[in-house]
Design a protein around this ligand. Structure first.
Ligand SMILES: NC(=O)c1ccc[n+]([C@@H]2O[C@H](COP(=O)([O-])OP(=O)(O)OC[C@H]3O[C@@H](n4cnc5c(N)ncnc54)[C@H](OP(=O)(O)O)[C@@H]3O)[C@@H](O)[C@H]2O)c1
Length: 336
C-alpha cells in the first residue's frame, strides 16, 4: 500500500462503497476501506475500526501511519473521532447529517487550524448540494432574509440502513413550521413537510441568513402523506423501529431526487434547483470530489461547511457529467 492513505470509513455501505471506488480510481493503491466487520473490510483490503471507539480509531491511524485523509461515510456518536483526526493533521470529510454533531465538529476549528488539517462538513445531497444551492440563491438576491430548502427523495431507492434510521429519527422531531407547496422540476407541484435537515441550523451562521427552513417530500404523494401522518406516532420507539424496518424492505417509487432553494430579500426572490438519480450515489460523488479537492488543492486549514469553500462552488456543474441537471438563479425557472 502506498503512502498517504485515504481511509473510507463505512467503505462498504451504500454511500461508502461508491466513495471507495471513485477515490480508488483517482488515487490507486491509497484507499483503505474501514468498517466494524473485520472479514468484510479485509476482503476489500481494508481494516476493522469502530467510530464509536475513538481510542481504537486512534490506534488504527497510528498502525496504518501516514494517513492523509479520513472520509466518514457513517455518523459517529460524537465528535471524538473527528478530534483524533484533526489533532493529528489528518484531513476529514464528513457526510454526517445531524446538526448537533456537525456543530460539535465545527467547534474543532482551532485544533484543525493548529495542525494544518482541513475538515469539510455538510457533504452529500442534503446537507451538501442543498448548501451550495442555498448560497447561490442567497447571493442572487444580494443577501437573503429567508431561505426555504425543499428536498424530494425517491421512495424506490435502496437507501442505506444508516440513512433510513436517520430519516426516521428526524420524523420524530417536532415540526418547525408548516408544510409548503412548491414546484420541483420533473415532479410538478408538491407538498413538502418541515423536516430537520441540518441546513436550517448551520446556514444561518455560515451565510448570515436570519431564517432557513428545510422540508422533505417523497416522490410518491400518497406515501409522503402517509409518512408525515405518522409523525406524532413516530415519537414512540417501537413505531420508529417498525417504520425503519418497512422502509428498508418496501421500495415504492423511483430513485430520482430533486432539491430546490428559494431565497427572499424583501420583494426579491431567486430560486435554483437540481435533479438527479440515486441520492446515495450523488452523496458519494460529492464526498469524492470534496476529498479530491482536499488532497490536490490548497484548502485553508480549519473546519468548514461545503458552502464556505469557494473551490467547491462549481460542484453542481461538475456533477452534470454524472447526470445532475442544474437550474441556476436568473436562468429558466425550476418549474416542472
Ligand atoms: N449528507 C447526505 O446527503 C447524506 C446522504 C445519505 C447518507 N448520509 C449519511 O451517511 C451515513 C451512511 O449512510 P449509508 O446510506 O451509506 O448507510 P449504510 O449503507 O448503512 O452504511 C453504513 C456503513 O458504515 C459502517 N458502520 C456502521 N457503524 C459503524 C461504526 N460504528 N464504525 C465503523 N463503521 C461503521 C457499516 O458497516 P458495519 O455495520 O459492518 O460497521 C456500513 O459499511 C449515514 O449516517 C447517513 O445519515 C448523508
Amino acid at each position: 500500500m502506498s503512502a498517504n492513505r485515504i481511509l473510507v470509513v463505512g467503505g462498504y455501505g451504500a454511500v461508502g462503497a461508491t466513495v471507495a471506488a471513485m477515490l480508488g480510481g483517482w488515487f490507486p493503491g491509497r484507499v483503505v476501506v474501514v468498517g466494524r466487520d473485520e472479514a468484510r473490510a479485509r476482503t476489500l483490503g481494508g481494516v476493522r475500526a469502530d467510530v464509536a471507539d475513538p481510542d481504537g480509531f486512534r490506534r488504527t491511524l497510528e498502525e496504518l501511519g501516514d494517513v492523509a485523509a479520513v472520509v466518514l461515510c457513517v455518523e459517529p456518536p460524537d465528535s471524538r473521532v473527528a478530534r483524533v483526526c484533526l489533532e493529528r493533521g489528518v484531513h476529514l470529510v464528513d457526510i454526517g447529517a445531524t446538526w448537533r454533531l456537525l456543530d460539535a465538529t465545527a467547534a474543532l476549528h482551532g485544533a484543525a487550524a493548529a495542525s494544518g488539517a482541513t475538515a469539510v462538513l455538510s457533504v452529500g445531497v442534503a446537507p451538501g448540494l442543498t448548501n451550495l444551492l442555498a448560497r447561490r440563491a442567497h447571493e442572487a438576491v444580494g443577501g437573503a432574509d429567508r431561505i426555504d430548502l425543499t428536498v424530494l427523495l425517491g421512495a424506490g431507492e435502496r437507501h442505506g440502513a444508516d440513512a433510513v434510521r436517520w430519516t426516521v429519527e428526524g420524523l420524530a422531531e417536532p415540526p418547525a413550521g408548516a408544510p409548503l407547496r412548491t414546484t420541483l422540476p420533473g415532479h410538478g407541484r408538491r407538498t413538502a413537510h418541515p423536516f430537520p435537515f441540518s441546513d436550517q441550523h448551520t446556514l444561518p451562521r455560515t451565510l448570515g441568513v436570519q431564517r432557513v427552513t428545510t422540508r422533505l417530500c417523497l416522490d410518491s404523494g400518497p406515501l409522503t402523506a402517509a409518512l408525515f401522518g405518522l409523525r406524532a406516532a413516530a415519537r414512540r420507539p417501537p413505531v420508529r423501529r417498525a417504520l425503519t424496518a418497512s422502509f428498508s424492505r418496501i421500495h415504492l417509487g423511483g430513485d430520482g431526487f430533486a432539491l430546490r432553494a428559494d431565497a427572499r430579500r424583501g420583494d426579491r426572490h431567486a430560486a435554483c434547483a437540481v435533479t438527479g438519480r440515486e441520492q446515495s450515489r450523488f452523496t458519494a460523488l460529492v464526498a469524492s470530489y470534496v476529498t479530491r479537492e482536499l488532497l490536490t488543492g490548497t484548502p485553508s486549514p480549519g473546519v468548514h461547511h461545503i458552502e464556505q469553500l469557494p473551490a467547491l462552488s462549481g460542484l453542481p456543474e461538475t456533477l452534470t457529467a454524472h447526470g445532475l441537471t442544474v437550474w441556476r438563479p436568473g436562468g429558466p425557472a425550476p418549474e416542472a
